[in-house]
Design a protein around this ligand. Structure first.
Ligand code: SF4
Ligand code: SF4
Length: 270
């Protein structure tokens, strides 16, 4: 469904609206929704999945994801890579999802969707809607629950909280005026959002910390904690892509910048 169709055709649900739905292994549709499907991953989805699988973020991205790119896209998107032969999700077995505790946001939300119009008018704010697909028989029976109860039961709150900075970045005015990012900025975006182990090396193994003034406690936090690192990465993207004052440049760099053209290339942080 396109954003336009959703905004036009889908009944809008508030957090207190209710719906009937039940998903369990005895249904004849069990696991059918985990094949032939486009699941867009958020940065926090990638963080959780690769931590659960205990693999490096670059390895996770290579093995389990695709980043198709079309002319219409301004930035890369990351999708779960379905098995090329069976078209099934790589984490699916006959018994169900093997990464259930760390399953992506989109898998948790289903059958609910959320639409958030950009530049929304007061009458056109974010809302939830119900997805009804023929293959899914969970609508035929199950318990009545409100949207709010569903979100709580699926652990969405944590995903929303950890996704807030990415959401702010995506809704930034910067994207209104910018065409597709040039290749080096595309890579910066991809690395900071999705390839966190590479981003950590970028921070700790280049001149990054000589250019930016980051306090010691924060440096130790981002060294050890992926969630802290992801927050920091969003802050850095706001600075380096959108021009927001979310990072503090060291005084000697500021002085040098006044005398020289901006730095570029792989250190394209200023
Ligand atoms: S991650 Fe789990 S729930 Fe999501 S599509 Fe794959 S198997 Fe299904
Ligand atoms: S009820 Fe819907 S969500 Fe649950 S297994 Fe069946 S198709 Fe998937």
């Amino acid at each position: 469904m396109t954003q336009e169709t959703i905004l036009r055709d889908c009944p809008r649900m508030s957090l207190d609206d209710s719906f009937i739905f039940g998903c369990h292994a005895s249904l004849d549709c069990f696991t059918k929704c985990c094949a032939n499907v486009s699941i867009v991953l958020t940065p926090y989805d990638v963080l959780r999945l690769r931590a659960a699988l205990q693999v490096d973020s670059s390895e996770f991205l290579d093995k389990y994801t695709l980043s198709p790119f079309t002319k219409e896209q301004k930035i890369p998107a990351v999708l779960l890579r379905m098995d090329p032969d069976t078209k099934r999700c790589p984490f699916l077995t006959e018994a169900g999802c093997t990464v259930y505790a760390d399953r992506p946001w989109a898998c948790r939300m289903y059958p609910l969707g959320v639409a958030e119009p950009r530049n929304a008018s007061p009458a056109d704010h974010a809302f939830h809607f119900l997805l009804r697909e023929d293959l899914c028989h969970g609508h035929d029976s199950g318990k009545t629950q409100t949207v709010r109860e569903w979100l709580v039961g699926q652990g969405i709150e944590e995903y929303e909280m950890m996704g807030a900075s990415f959401r702010d970045l995506m809704l930034h005015d910067f994207w209104d005026k910018e065409e597709a990012l040039p290749p080096e900025k595309m890579d910066m975006y991809y690395m900071a959002c999705f390839d966190l182990d590479r981003f950590r090396r970028f921070v700790f193994e280049t001149r990054f910390l000589k250019l930016f003034d980051v306090n010691e406690a924060r440096v130790e936090a981002i060294r050890a904690d992926d969630e802290e690192l992801l927050e920091f990465a969003m802050q850095w993207l706001r600075f380096s892509l959108c021009g927001d004052r979310t990072m503090k440049v060291r005084p000697y760099v500021r002085r040098a910048r006044q005398e020289q053209p901006p730095l570029g290339g792989s250190e394209g942080v200023l």
